[in-house]
Design a binder for this molecule. Structure first.
Ligand code: G3P
Ligand code: CA
Length: 311
């Protein structure tokens, strides 16, 4: 998207040296993807999940038709090792089944209805087309959109999905997603990202962080996995430690009504080479506020609202 931040581009070093037209023309698709991160990114969170059942083909198709920059999705494993696209650890909320997703084979997961719950919860957006939606495999998503889309894939709950990184990287390589600049891999777990990097060090990685008040001292914010200190204590060195393996950072903005990051956090991350993508922003006013604060992209269930705001 064209909401270009010159400051960000400069702080990322993207204009360093003689960036001639010839050099740009010779850029590989993967280099082009990294360069595109200097522009504002519209990231469809679980597809256009405000309008269609999350993580279903309908939600991804809607977002893709709107020409978003990335389709965001969560990857997990079925009990027989297939990579499936699903957010929760259990199937209860968004299907007609119950229990842990990892207890079911792909065949069993495919028999579930992952669309009717949405119609019941959102009568104004309900559609007969959503009823009976099947859980997607990553293969199906890749086969459907191919290299026409970019995918922002989270290794969800790595402890509950042992072997996920290996299975994911295998799929990325099989579908030629990495060298074609089609994928970012995101995780809250640094170990999971490092595992992906060990398997294929070309995969661009995004470190997710989640800030919330410390139980001991409510005035102090802490990060869920301790990957960084809280925003008020974070140093350039902390950001540099993330920049050693990741190309960006994905953060929450609000915890329980309390703002956890600000424009200083965003610019400090950028100055250390890390564009900042903020999740999950659904209200137009909040989108505008974060764009004014210099965020490099937003995860949203309503990409249509965000697209209205970008050039
Ligand atoms: O991946 C960014 C954001 O989606 C993280 O939160 O719980 O929606 O996966 P969650
Ligand atoms: Ca996610």
């Amino acid at each position: 998207m064209q909401r270009h931040s010159l400051f960000t581009a400069m702080s990322l070093g993207l204009f360093a040296g003689a960036a001639s037209t010839t050099a740009l023309a010779e850029m590989s698709p993967l280099e082009q993807q990294l360069k595109d991160l200097e522009e504002f990114q519209v990231i469809a969170h679980r597809g256009a999940s405000g309008h269609a059942p999350e993580s279903t083909m309908a939600a991804f198709e809607m977002a893709h038709e709107w020409n978003v920059d990335y389709l965001e999705l969560d990857a997990q494993l079925s009990s027989d090792g297939e990579v499936v696209v699903f957010h929760d650890d259990t199937i209860d909320r968004t299907s007609d089944g119950e229990g842990a997703i990892n207890d079911y084979t792909l065949e069993e997961l495919k028999a579930l209805d992952t669309g009717t719950w949405f119609n019941e919860a959102n009568p104004d957006s309900a559609s007969d087309d959503f009823a009976g939606a099947q859980m997607l495999t990553l293969d199906e998503l890749f086969e459907h959109f191919g290299h026409d889309a970019r995918y922002y894939i989270e290794t969800k709950s790595p402890q509950l999905n042992p072997g996920l990184e290996e299975a994911l990287v295998e799929k990325l390589e099989e579908h030629d997603m990495i060298e074609n600049g089609r994928v970012l891999v995101q995780s809250f777990e640094q170990d999971s990202l490092l595992k992906v990097q060990e398997l294929n060090d070309d995969v661009p990685l995004i470190q997710l962080v989640w800030y919330y008040p410390s139980e001991e001292d409510n005035s102090k914010l802490v990060e869920w996995t301790d990957v960084t200190p809280g925003p008020s204590e974070i140093t350039d060195e902390d950001f540099q430690a993330v920049a050693d393996y990741a190309v960006g950072i994905g953060t929450n903005y609000i915890y329980d009504g309390r703002q956890v990051i600000d424009a200083d956090f965003i610019s400090q991350a950028q100055e250390n080479g890390l564009p900042v993508h903020v999740y999950t922003i659904n209200e137009t006013e909040e989108m505008e506020r974060l764009m004014d604060m210099g965020a490099n992209g937003l995860f949203t269930n309503y990409p249509d609202r965000l697209l209205e705001l970008v050039d």
